[in-house]
Design a protein around this ligand. Structure first.
Ligand code: SF4
Ligand code: SF4
Length: 337
């Protein structure tokens, strides 16, 4: 892996150079929270942040979108948009690893055209971070991004060491020769020390060996009842999760009964209608069924990436209105609390 060095005093120039490659989106502060949004200047960017409410998946699977145009009697026509070059600046390692899980699903044969077009046109630039009270990405093996990015900025004291992760990243760095330099031996020692310190900062831990089987085989545990009794089935944990990917599909026909659209929108397995099938059967009719299902899903292993479906970003815990903490639930299943 090749590294280059960017002095913080040159970040503005780096940012201006990025604009040549597409529209720049980055985390921005909104009240007490953070959100990915279009940015025009570095002063808008919150490079030190814990987590955005919605993960970067919102750029690739839209919360609500029209996917097919319907001409009644004639059939369906895809509504595929023109690709727009986008730079997503400031993704944490967990969110980059989450995108790899979404890729393994949406880009598998046959690929989802809508997702593929946006994904191909988007440059991913990661940034290092420090864990807060909710982060457990280290337990999930998602605290470090080996692949899945074009550039990754590791913050040192007054500079960033930039890891180049793709040929696209190489091209971008080649065009910024005036703002970057070669790292020194001391820079790599600093990087080592910072990584070691970060690794020791995690407060939350989850035992992941055997986790899928433990969650599945203890299906009858009273722990599920205890926590699901507090759950209000709002579905927020699904919407904020960077790896939740279920959507609902509906069709709308215009009043003229000649045209219409097929739309898809994010769905939540916590909502009762999610498991309702033709004929009126609901195979997860109770909140308890839905609660257990989500923990089964998130604790299982994605066969193509061989990694868990949870990357430990802590969003579901941080934004649950009932105060249900993902790690607390699973630690209770392990009999640790
Ligand atoms: S966010 Fe909390 S209350 Fe809402 S569905 Fe998820 S676990 Fe239940
Ligand atoms: S289950 Fe919770 S902690 Fe895990 S990836 Fe989803 S939102 Fe993040």
């Amino acid at each position: 892996m090749r590294y280059v060095k960017l002095l913080k005093e040159n970040f503005k120039d780096f940012f201006e150079n990025l604009k040549k490659f597409g529209e720049v989106h980055a985390p921005v502060k909104r009240g007490n929270s953070f959100s990915f949004a279009k940015v025009d200047s570095p002063s808008e960017v919150a490079l030190k942040y814990n987590r955005t409410i919605l993960p970067p998946k919102k750029y690739f699977i839209k919360p609500f979108e029209e996917v097919l145009k319907i001409k009644v009697g004639k059939g369906y026509e895809p509504l595929v948009e023109e690709p727009k070059s986008l730079i997503l600046l400031g993704l944490h390692a967990c969110d980059i690893n989450a995108l790899k899980i979404l890729d393994s699903i949406y880009l598998d044969e046959p690929p989802d055209d809508y997702y593929q077009i946006r994904r191909t046109a988007t440059v991913i630039i990661g940034i290092s971070c420090e864990p807060d009270d909710y982060c457990f990405c280290k337990s999930m093996g998602a605290d470090y991004a080996w692949t899945g990015f074009d550039l990754f900025l590791h913050e040192l004291d007054n500079s960033y060491l930039i890891r180049i992760g793709s040929s696209r990243g190489e091209v971008m760095i080649e065009s910024m020769k005036n703002v970057i330099s070669e790292p020194t031996k001391e820079d790599f020692i600093k990087l080592r020390d910072i990584e070691l310190k970060r690794s020791r900062m995690f407060k939350k831990a989850l035992n992941t060996s055997l986790l899928p089987d433990i969650v599945d085989s203890l299906y009858e545990s009273d722990v599920w009842v205890k926590f699901s009794d507090k759950c209000v089935s709002c579905g927020s944990c699904n919407l904020v999760c960077p790896t939740c990917r279920c959507y609902d599909v509906t069709e709308k026909v215009e009043l003229n009964l000649k045209e219409g659209v097929r739309v898809r929108r994010w769905d939540s397995c916590f909502i009762r209608s999610h498991a309702l099938v033709a004929g009126g059967l609901n195979f997860r009719p109770t909140r308890l069924d839905r609660f257990r299902h989500r923990y089964n899903c998130k604790s299982s292993i994605e066969p193509r990436t061989n990694s868990p479906f949870c990357v430990g970003c802590g969003r579901c815990s941080a934004f649950c209105p009932a105060g249900i903490d993902h790690v607390d639930v699973l630690n209770a299943i392990w009999g640790l609390t």
